[in-house]
Design a protein around this ligand. Structure first.
Ligand code: URA
Ligand code: CA
Length: 434
């Protein structure tokens, strides 16, 4: 097989066979095909797209390019949730204990990552003593016992995706639905998910800025999952403004605890109920979404979700007292209010800009080497649609410096007002099951 023939075939609009896709993925992973030929093929895919069969074949070829985690020792259907990423997205911290309390095993492999705040592991490490260095045996045992465990990324998962993603990044081929969808799905499948629930974000703070693009990505991923035998569902949710109130690591742990107690922000709570219902259904613990939602509300109400969270923290070396005393979490040295300069209705809170402000405070990593300050961040007091009086605080800044001029400027510039009442954005744009 010659790579140049594959490039020409795709360039001219034909579909690649499974053998051809495997050839290119395997040989490229081994370093046998030069970047310039793969770049040309990626560009051809970018313009010519891939059909459903090609997308499924590409995903599985990437899954098989490296190690795969088999969670066969864990009882039940392992459901993984994936979010395409947003600002102040505290859902993973809430959903783990919430669906685990309904009997769905959550065996989560997670990362730190770059972004406005840390990843799930960074957030959990705001809890004193908490660690994710578990052996496979400990991980399995803990999931079987408490239904919830989080482990750091290990092993050589989807090396083909790592190489391709880096190459796409410098060849203008990141933004291609078949390439994004296969990239995300290959990682979830290699990490051992039997079923996958996707939260595809849309809006200013998201990878996909329009509902149309988000829908195309969601459908592509659901199709791949179902074509390779993993039940997959997706929702499209708003990321034009940050999710919930808190943006920051320890601040989001506290927000997650509030939410598990039934006292969280309305949008975060609703999103967790919608995603959680899907997880409980694909996890086989409820017949339909309504029944699942009732179960989730019940474990919030009766305190079972919080109990699971405590057991989970304790099992991974953390101090479970933070659940009842969140003041034990890292606290910033200073807090500053952001008084509104106007009266009216909040019309826009630009998610990515608020995320950048949190990152400037030290809540996120700009490069892999950056240190995160777990205590700092921003807590909003207003969301789009809320009324506000001049002088009322829009947000509290939690900082370990008194030099917050730039952060204030960003917030004032990117929180907008209207004299007329404003309808908040739709939190859930769509639910996609096939
Ligand atoms: N996230 C991924 O993991 N892969 C992509 O291609 C894009 C976003
Ligand atoms: Ca949040």
């Amino acid at each position: 097989m010659r790579m140049v023939d594959l490039i020409e075939k795709k360039r001219d609009g034909s579909a690649l066979t499974n053998e051809e896709i495997r050839f290119f993925i395997n040989e490229y992973t081994k370093g046998e095909i030069p970047d310039y030929q793969v770049s040309a093929l990626l560009m051809a895919i970018y313009f010519q797209d891939m059909n459903d069969q090609e997308r499924a074949d590409l995903t599985l070829a990437m899954v098989e390019s490296g190690d795969q985690i088999h969670l066969t020792e864990i009882e039940g259907i392992k459901v993984d949730k994936h979010s395409t990423g947003g600002v102040g997205d505290t859902t993973t911290l809430v959903l783990g204990p919430l669906v685990a309390a309904c009997g769905v095993p959550v065996a989560k492999m997670s990362g730190r990552g770059l972004g406005h705040t840390g990843g799930t592991i960074d957030k959990l490490e705001a809890i004193e003593g908490f660690h994710v260095e578990l052996t496979t045996e400990q991980f399995t045992k803990q999931v079987n016992e408490f239904k919830l465990a989080v482990i750091g990324q290990s092993g050589n998962l989807t090396p083909a995706d790592k190489k391709l993603y880096a190459l796409r990044d410098v060849t203008g081929t990141v933004n291609s639905i078949p390439l994004i969808a296969s990239s995300i799905m290959s990682k979830k499948i290699a990490a051992g998910a039997d079923a996958i629930v996707l939260d595809v974000k849309t809006g200013e703070g998201a990878f996909m800025k329009t509902v149309e693009d988000s829908r195309a990505l969601a459908k592509a991923m659901v199709q791949i999952g179902n074509n390779v035998g993993r039940q997959t569902m997706a929702i499209i949710s708003d990321m034009s403004q940050p999710l919930g109130f808190a943006i920051g690591n320890a601040l989001e742990v506290k927000e997650a605890i509030d939410t598990l107690r039934g006292k969280g922000p309305a949008d975060l709570t609703e999103l967790c109920l919608v995603l959680g219902s899907q997880m409980v259904v694909v996890g086989g613990k409820a017949k339909n979404l309504e029944e699942a939602r009732k179960m989730l509300l019940e474990v919030i109400e009766n305190g079972k979700a919080l109990e699971v969270f405590k057991d989970f923290i304790q099992a991974q070396g953390g101090n479970p007292a933070v659940v009842d005393q969140p003041e034990l979490l890292p606290q910033a040295a200073f807090t500053f209010e952001v008084p509104s300069k106007e009266s009216g209705f909040v019309s826009f809170i630009e998610a990515d800009e608020v995320g950048t402000a949190a990152m400037l405070l030290g809540a996120g990593r700009a490069t892999k080497e950056s240190e995160i300050d777990l205590a700092v961040g921003i807590v909003l007091h207003k969301k789009v649609g809320d009324s506000v009086e001049a002088g009322e605080s829009l947000a509290t800044i939690h900082a370990n410096t008194e030099n917050i001029q730039q952060v204030l400027e960003i917030l004032y510039k990117h929180i907008e007002f209207s004299a007329e009442p404003v309808t908040p954005p739709n939190l859930i744009e769509e639910i996609i099951t096939e």
